[in-house]
Design a protein around this ligand. Structure first.
Ligand SMILES: NC(=O)c1ccc[n+]([C@@H]2O[C@H](COP(=O)([O-])OP(=O)(O)OC[C@H]3O[C@@H](n4cnc5c(N)ncnc54)[C@H](OP(=O)(O)O)[C@@H]3O)[C@@H](O)[C@H]2O)c1
Length: 301
């Protein structure tokens, strides 16, 4: 009988939103090595080569990041280490051992000042410490490891941690009015729908920048909230009362001290043209996610 060897994959940020989904879903097809902060503090760059050189792997997916914009503003040197230097070191080790690296990046590297849907070749900017460090990582990873992919993602939701979807639902379920920004746009994505496509990317010959997103119209936070509520009403999770949300403007949010790019919707041009794959539609993702949540809360009772 032929022996069956699973390829080995390292996932960093294993306790984060996307990292959790990667570990859970990739474990069907790969031998997964999940790295959390307890295994390695990525700010401790000197420890990283030793750790990675001691592991056997075919792929490395770096989902770890310091992603709070104000946290990055307040601790720029730490942000540079975690978001820029650690991915560069990972890329160097991947190159050394012939592994493929998928560096997870962000729509926030895009310029965002025009109302245009961005393709992989669109202008970038790096308007704040977070996006500048992520943008620098994109360049350094591609330089250090030929067999690497920069997978830009946007507005994730999923099981790994509470996100905007949970915030909207919790506010509505508490009978409170929610106020959501109506002049900032991107495209939501369900982490469980992204991971199989990330697997396709790893198994393909594609290299360089790839937009990992479903091909939907841009949403504002307000229209996103409106659609979440509509789906929840449809599932019988909320009463049929649409008038429970208000609009506000990006400039009105006083605790945002960093500039957020305003319009960062991405189109998955390379996924569709070169790999012929699609990420599942985000509204279907919200439906799946809310159903899972309500089933879990019923079984936990
Ligand atoms: N979520 C989004 O909407 C979104 C949008 C665009 C791009 N992205 C990008 O997508 C990727 C995944 O995002 P996510 O939402 O899954 O992030 P997340 O939930 O915040 O998870 C990030 C993970 O990184 C780990 N981490 C942070 N600093 C670390 C350090 N110094 N050493 C070791 N681990 C560290 C965190 O560990 P702890 O759990 O211990 O803190 C956490 O598990 C990130 O690269 C992010 O930039 C996310």
């Amino acid at each position: 009988m032929a022996a069956f060897f699973m390829k080995k994959i390292v996932i960093t940020g294993a306790k984060g939103l996307l990292g959790e989904a990667c570990c859970r879903l990739f474990s069907n097809d790969y031998e997964v090595f999940a790295l959390t902060r307890a295994d390695i503090d990525l700010a401790d760059i000197d420890q990283l080569p030793g750790l990675l050189r001691g592991m056997e792997f075919d792929y490395l997916v770096n989902t770890a990041a310091m992603s709070g914009l104000e946290h990055c503003l307040d601790e720029p040197e730490l942000a540079k280490k975690v978001n820029r230097d650690a991915p560069r070191v990972m890329a160097e080790i991947c190159h050394e051992r012939g592994a493929k690296m998928l560096q997870v990046s962000t729509d926030y590297v895009l310029d965002g000042r025009e109302d245009v849907v961005h393709e992989e070749s669109s202008e970038t900017r790096g308007s704040c410490v977070y996006s500048a460090t992520k943008l620098a990582a994109e360049k350094l990873v591609l330089e250090a490891c030929e067999n690497s992919v920069i997978g830009r993602v946007s507005w994730l939701f999923g099981r790994g941690r509470a996100t905007f979807v949970d915030q909207v639902m919790n506010t509505a379920l508490a009978g409170e009015r929610g106020s959501y920004i109506s002049d900032k746009y991107s495209v939501p994505n369900f982490s469980d729908f992204l991971v199989p496509v990330m697997g396709r990317v790893l198994e393909s010959n594609i290299q360089g920048i790839v937009h990992l997103t479903n091909n939907s119209e841009a949403e504002s936070w307000y229209s996103y909230a409106e659609k979440i509520i509509g789906i929840a009403i449809n599932l019988g999770m909320l009463n049929d009362n649409f008038d429970i949300i208000d609009k506000n403007k990006l400039d009105e949010i006083s605790f945002f001290r960093e500039e957020r790019p305003r319009y960062t919707a991405m189109r998955p041009k390379r996924l569709s043209e070169e790999l012929n794959v699609e990420v599942g539609n985000w509204e279907e993702g919200v439906r799946c996610y809310l159903k899972q949540k309500s089933e879990n809360s019923l079984t936990n009772k």
